[in-house]
Design a protein around this ligand. Sequence first.
Ligand SMILES: Cc1cc2nc3c(=O)[nH]c(=O)nc-3n(C[C@H](O)[C@H](O)[C@H](O)COP(=O)(O)O)c2cc1C
Length: 359
Amino acid sequence: MDAPINVADYEQLAAERLEPGVLGYFAGGAGDERTLRENVSAFGRYSLHPRVLVDVDEVSTRTSVLGTGISMPVGVAPVAFQRLVHPEGEVAMARAAAGAGTLMTLSTIATSHPAEIAAEAPPGPRWFQLYRFRDSGVTDALVADAVESGFEAIALTVDAPRAGRRERDLRTGFEYPASITAPALAAALGSSRPTTPREVFELVDSSLTWDDLAAFAAECPLPIVLKGVQTGADAALAVEHGAAAVVVSNHGGRQLDGVPAPIEILPEVVEAVAGRREVLLDGGVRRGIDVVTALGLGARAVLVGRAPLWGLAVDGEHGARDVLEILRSEVELAMVLLGCREPDEITAEHVRARPRLAP
Ligand SMILES: Cc1cc2nc3c(=O)[nH]c(=O)nc-3n(C[C@H](O)[C@H](O)[C@H](O)COP(=O)(O)O)c2cc1C
C-alpha cells in the first residue's frame, strides 16, 4: 500500500504488522462480534442533509468539552496496554493528542502512570479513565495521581463489572507479556501479575451502584464523566447522581454482544439528559462523516479508540497524530459541505435516519 490516507488504510497496515494474539486483543469484540460490526455499520443508516449558499469561507472545527477548548470534536478514548503495539505506548499517544490539540483519555490499565504522561508529553487536555478496584486504597491513589498530574476529569467506566467474553483472545491464548506492565495494576496486585484481560477485570469492584457514584462524585476533586451509558433511563440517573457528562458507549463491542450501536442510542440519551449535561459518544467512529452524524444527533464530541491505536501501531506518535489530523480534516470538509461553520451549527436538520425497508 502507498501512504495511508484514511483510517481503514491504517487499520489494514496495523493488521499486517501486529502478531495475531495482539491484533485479536485490539481488534476483537465479545461473542459473535455482532455489536462490534454494528458499531461501524450503523453509521451507514444515517444520511446527511446539507444546506447550501452558506458562507463557509471560514470554518473552524474547534469546540469544547466540560469547558476545555479542543481543536475538534474528536478526542482519544481510553485503550489499555498501548505498549503492546508500540514501545512508546501511551506517551506517544498523549504527544499525538497534544500535538493535534485535542483530548487524551488515559486508561486505568495503561502501561504508563499519569505522572509519566505529564512528564513526557507536552501539556494538553487530559482525562483519566477509572475502573474502581475492589481495593479502594488503590483507586484513591490512582485518582490522587491523576489530580496531581493535571488531568481534568475522571472518566468512570461502568460497562465492565466483568470482562466480556472475547473469543479471539481465547482462541489465540492471548496473555499480557511479562515484559509489559501496567503500573496501576501492579499497585493493585502487589507482587502477582495478571496475565489475561479476564484476570484484570476480577480486580474491578462489581458491586458499584448509583449511590456509590453520588458519594464518589461528592468527594472527587475532578468532574466525573460516566462512560458506558446505554439507555436514556441510565443517562437521567447519571445526571441525578452527580455525573458531569456521559459517554454513550458499549466499550467498542467488547462487553455485552447484542447491544445496539451507540449512534442508535444517542437520541434517547440526548432526550433524557435534556441539555443538562454534555453527551459524548464512542464506538465505530472511523470517518469525519461519522463525527458530524453524532453531532447532528446531539453529541458534544466523540471519542475514538481503535482509529488512533492503528496509527500508533503503524508509526508511533506520528501515525497516531496523522490519524487524528485525517479525522480533523474530514470533519472540516464535511462541515463545509454541510454548510456549517462551527460544530455547534451541526443540528438535527443535517441528519436523518434512513427509512428502514420492510422486513
Ligand atoms: C483494546 C481495547 C482496550 C480498551 N481498554 C479500555 C480501558 O482500559 N478502559 C475503558 O474504559 N475502555 C477501554 N476500551 C474501550 C474504548 O475506550 C472505547 O469505548 C472503544 O474503543 C470505542 O470504540 P472504537 O474502538 O470503535 O472507537 C478499550 C477498547 C479497546 C479496543
